[in-house]
Design a protein around this ligand. Sequence first.
Ligand code: IMP
Length: 191
Amino acid sequence: MYQITLATSNKHKVDEINLIAKDYDVEFVLPVGEFDPVEDSDNFIGNAYCKAKCASLNASTDYVLADDSGLCVQALKGAPGIYSARYAKSADERIKKLLFNMKDKKDRNAEFVCAMVVVNKKGEILFKTEQTCEGSIMYEPKGKGGFGYDPIFFVKSENKGMAELTDLEKSKISHRAKALNCVLNWLKENK
Ligand code: IMP
């Protein structure tokens, strides 16, 4: 099994990414030692690179993968975007704030975006990609699965709320799944 460091301190994210990659001979592992990146870019790729470079400093693996994702809402000019995690204090409050800001909006179009960057131990970028999952903002939360903004995101391709999908269903259609599949295809040729 080929190991790759995933630049995150979130064990849930490692599990989600390993589920998407389950048919490949690769295992994503948490960084060793301190991992405290400063994300100071104004875009997803830039912030993913900040995380990747930070984790590459102590990396025990040849490659480091980092991702950065968020929800972009058309009627809110792309907000919360790169600020998705910081839009309000808790997940519940973030959903309430978004629904409040959307209360008079007819255009409900939105997309989840996921950027992924692969670097080597020197922190040099080897591969990058940005993928989306298209949908719209619902009028109220629905479903019990997923995390973050999933309860209010209607997935166009599935005709269902993101939180109504099982983890396995989400792992086939999500923005993260699409980005990771690009990375896995690149790895097949380059590891
Ligand atoms: P991160 O960059 O992957 O940590 O994501 C930043 C924030 O975007 C998360 O804290 C969530 O609020 C939101 N987000 C990213 N991906 C998803 C998803 O698949 N479902 C729901 N919310 C997400």
